[in-house]
Design a protein around this ligand. Structure first.
Ligand code: HEC
Length: 143
């Protein structure tokens, strides 16, 4: 599914599959991904196939406890004490903790959450006057 046609919550998850702090739920999930490829496809619910570390919400979850058992500093090293993400490149974790995202009304449509595509674009548009090198450094839309 073309990510721009998804509702904002699901389109953000397309980016969150990489720009988030996540782990497979278990070894089976990891094995399946290694042999058959990642199961997530744009439009799917990200949490169906992977555990997204979000200490404000799931610090006590079995998957988080497993991560902490393997690395006691897992939360401390990646999140501030208030649960906000503190490592770069994991913007999805920041997005889902933002008031805009959290307070968005439920349902589909442009106003439900801040869609990543309100700022970012994966392809430079034909009428974008910037040099491709300039556009490519931040991948931001012009309007
Ligand atoms: C398959 C994994 C993957 C997905 C999906 C993905 N990204 Fe990225 N993204 C990366 C990686 C890896 C980098 C770092 C690339 C580098 O440093 O050269 C990156 C870098 C970026 C950057 C930094 C600037 C740039 O252009 O290099 C932005 C902005 C960005 N991604 C936005 C997004 C948005 C918005 C989405 C969703 C539409 C998205 N990404 C989806 C892996 C991904």
């Amino acid at each position: 599914m073309q990510p721009r046609r998804l509702d904002p919550r699901l389109s953000s998850q397309v980016c969150g599959q990489c720009h988030g702090i996540w782990e497979f739920y278990d070894r089976d999930g990891e094995r399946r991904a290694n042999s058959a490829g990642l199961a997530f496809r744009p439009g799917d619910e990200l949490l169906q196939t992977r555990f997204l570390a979000q200490p404000t919400v799931n610090a006590g979850a079995p998957a988080m406890q497993a991560l902490l058992a393997a690395d006691a500093g897992f939360i401390r090293d990646s999140f501030w004490a208030d649960g906000m993400v503190r490592v770069s490149g994991r913007e999805y974790n920041g997005l889902i903790e933002s008031p805009c995202f959290k307070n968005a009304p439920a349902g589909n449509g442009e106003r439900t959450a801040v869609p990543v595509f309100s700022c970012h674009t994966m392809h430079q548009t034909a009428d974008d006057p910037r040099a491709t090198e300039e556009w490519g450094t931040i991948s931001l839309r012009t309007a």
